[in-house]
Design a protein around this ligand. Structure first.
Ligand SMILES: *[C@@H]1O[C@H](CO)[C@@H](O)[C@H](O)[C@H]1NC(C)=O
Length: 158
């Protein structure tokens, strides 16, 4: 009898494990792993997708807007819509005010066979403007509505 109920319990637990994740996603579309840093991004008028999902620490000086975001480790992400490869350092720093991130340090994109540091990001209507020095590129903000997961960390630079 005891064995039987144990078996039932195990089967039931297994079913729960299989069923829960999908039933959780239906009523709650927001990613559950979003951090304070992600919420702050939206407070400043930016989409959460600018940061990977695995933020481990965050601090901001509310007076100057100087911020620092720590990730679990350096990581790579493929950015929509043109599939640029972006490399995030373990620590990302910059200065944020509403609609504008400047003095950015820690995010690089690969284009034209080399890596370029993104120095600033501006929110402009429905678009995000990425600045690489004096050059800029505009992308629809809606491409960044979801916080991406980091891709394999141990990929060598290529
Ligand atoms: C925050 O920034 C202000 C203005 O730059 C500065 O005076 C202050 O010392 C900073 N606070 C901290 C805790 O760094």
């Amino acid at each position: 009898m005891a064995n039987q109920s144990l078996l039932l319990y195990l089967i039931f637990s297994l079913l729960l494990l299989l069923l829960l994740p999908s039933s959780y996603q239906t009523p709650e579309p927001a990613t559950p792993r979003l951090s304070v840093a992600h919420t702050e991004l939206t407070n400043y008028g930016f989409p959460v997708g600018l940061l990977p999902s695995d933020v481990s620490a965050y601090s901001i000086n509310a007076t100057s807007g100087e911020f620092s975001v720590d990730l679990a480790g350096a990581c790579r992400i493929t950015l929509p819509p043109d599939n640029y490869l972006a490399a995030y350092s373990k620590r990302i720093k910059g200065r944020i005010v509403r609609g504008k991130i400047a003095h950015l340090d820690g995010i690089r994109v690969r284009a034209f066979f080399s890596w370029w540091s993104i120095t600033g990001i501006r929110a402009s209507g429905d678009n995000l403007v990425f600045e690489v020095g004096s050059v800029s590129a505009k992308y629809p903000s809606k491409n960044f509505d979801e916080s991406p997961a980091c891709e394999g960390r141990q990929h060598s630079a290529s």
